[in-house]
Design a protein around this ligand. Structure first.
Ligand SMILES: Cc1cc2nc3c(=O)[nH]c(=O)nc-3n(C[C@H](O)[C@H](O)[C@H](O)COP(=O)(O)OP(=O)(O)OC[C@H]3O[C@@H](n4cnc5c(N)ncnc54)[C@H](O)[C@@H]3O)c2cc1C
Length: 390
């Protein structure tokens, strides 16, 4: 395992840094803990996406034949690290850019690639993800939304939930049941659904952070053309698995956590808690956790560089960072004493309530993209070879 960077990689890092220095407006950087905030201003996120797209960053890892730069996994990790270090905001169409566009590249028809990919990257077309349902989250194959053929089109009826960004999305990549015969996961289709049609109703869900990033989607006779079915009517499960492969990424958060630990230590110092032995131990442990996370990320990167897919070990990464973040955020609110119990928007909340916000948000991290229990099941069965639980 080689953890050093080549000369070429170091120059690439310089290139990303100077682009950020010139283009990231200072007031856009470092929002929230470790520079991360999910409920950022939509307009800002849309403008940031356009800037990244125009500079070619959103196709960094794409093959050159597809108009990308063909960057190696290490270069992509460097890019992610520098974005996090600069505290760059999220992009509005992140689900379309990071999950759908690469999926279409592999599984879409030529028409779908021509119609959607450029508009997804530029932010002209924003997609949300319509997978989960009230009774189908971890057990996604149990989904019940129906897609039936009527007059040469697909007609969808059912309910989706927890769909991030559905309230501003133009389209959704959505799973619906095309057949109730045979095995559950073989009768699912992957559809691109227009969100601005009469058969689609979006109801926002208010979260405990006060934000409303996700929504319920009610489908009552929503229509989809054949050309917006990705793959065959029974291919949805296979395509969804490809989507998940893009979801459980690795090193991207390491720089964010390093920064968050620095902020945590400052919080401990500023509030006089730094001399307390237990607090010192906990802050030091957070530093160790963040460092271990970075090393795990580098090890995964080395595997990918040597042509090995991330594999079920990706579950270790997801489990590790999400549980670590919860511990860090919990320590931060504990350090604030009674102030830690204030709502983020309270005028008396310390540091604009960003730690309270971060603590509340971190509760979601061990649920989405596969909950901690599901990750532990995968590790037990597929990494350690333990028998399947009942
Ligand atoms: C912030 C956020 C954003 C999201 N965005 C989207 C989105 O854009 N699109 C979308 O489709 N979905 C989205 N989701 C939904 C997410 O994918 C689901 O919440 C997740 O899959 C868990 O499903 P569930 O909520 O139905 O919980 P359930 O699956 O009902 O699980 C409930 C509890 O039981 C545990 N459990 C379930 N099965 C097992 C098992 N076999 N063994 C052990 N324990 C088990 C779980 O770990 C959990 O603790 C989002 C969720 C969050 C929190």
């Amino acid at each position: 395992m080689d953890l050093s960077f080549t000369q070429e990689e170091e120059s690439f890092r310089e290139e990303v840094r100077s682009w950020l220095d010139e283009n990231l407006p200072p007031e856009w950087g470092h929002r929230g803990v470790g520079g991360y905030r999910e409920d950022d201003d939509e307009d800002l996120q849309r403008r940031w996406q356009r800037m990244l797209h125009e500079a070619g960053w959103l196709k960094l890892g794409w093959p050159k034949v597809a108009g990308g730069r063909g960057a190696t996994p290490v270069m992509q990790a460097i890019y992610q690290e520098e974005m996090a270090r600069a505290g760059a905001p999220e992009i509005l169409g992140r689900l379309g850019v990071t999950l759908l566009a690469p999926t279409l590249l592999g599984h879409g028809t030529q028409w779908q690639k021509d119609e959607y990919i450029d508009r997804i990257l530029s932010g002209d077309l924003v997609f949300c993800q319509g997978f989960s349902e009230p009774d189908a989250g971890s057990d996604l194959a149990g989904l019940r939304t129906r897609a039936e053929r009527k007059d040469g089109r697909w007609v969808l009826n059912g309910q989706k939930t927890w769909s991030s960004g559905a309230h501003y999305a133009d389209k959704s990549f959505l799973l619906a049941r095309t057949s109730t015969q045979g095995e559950a996961h073989k009768g699912i289709g992957f559809f691109l659904v227009d969100m601005h049609q009469p058969g689609v109703e979006v109801r926002r869900i208010r979260q405990m952070t006060g934000g409303g990033e996700f929504s319920e989607i009610f489908l009552s006779g929503a229509e989809v053309d054949d050309r917006d079915l990705v793959g065959q009517p029974g291919d949805g499960w296979k395509i969804a698995m490809a989507v998940f492969g893009f979801e459980r990424g690795g090193l991207a958060q390491a720089a964010r956590f390093e920064r968050a630990v620095g902020e945590l230590a400052a919080l401990a110092r500023n509030h006089g808690a730094g001399s307390d032995a237990t607090t010192r131990q906990r802050v030091a442990q957070a530093q160790i956790d963040a460092h271990v996370f970075k090393v795990i990320g580098l090890r995964n990167l080395t595997r990918v560089e040597h042509g090995h897919p991330p594999g079920p070990e990706a579950s270790l990464t997801k489990l590790y960072w999400s549980e670590m973040d919860k511990r860090m955020q919990e320590l931060a609110v504990a350090l604030q004493g009674a102030y830690g119990a204030l709502a983020p928007e309270s005028p008396f909340a310390l540091e604009d309530g960003r730690w309270q916000y971060g603590w509340m948000w971190s509760q979601a991290e061990t649920i989405y993209a596969g909950s901690s229990e599901i990750q532990r099941n995968i590790i037990a069965e597929r990494v350690l070879g333990l028998p399947r639980g009942r």
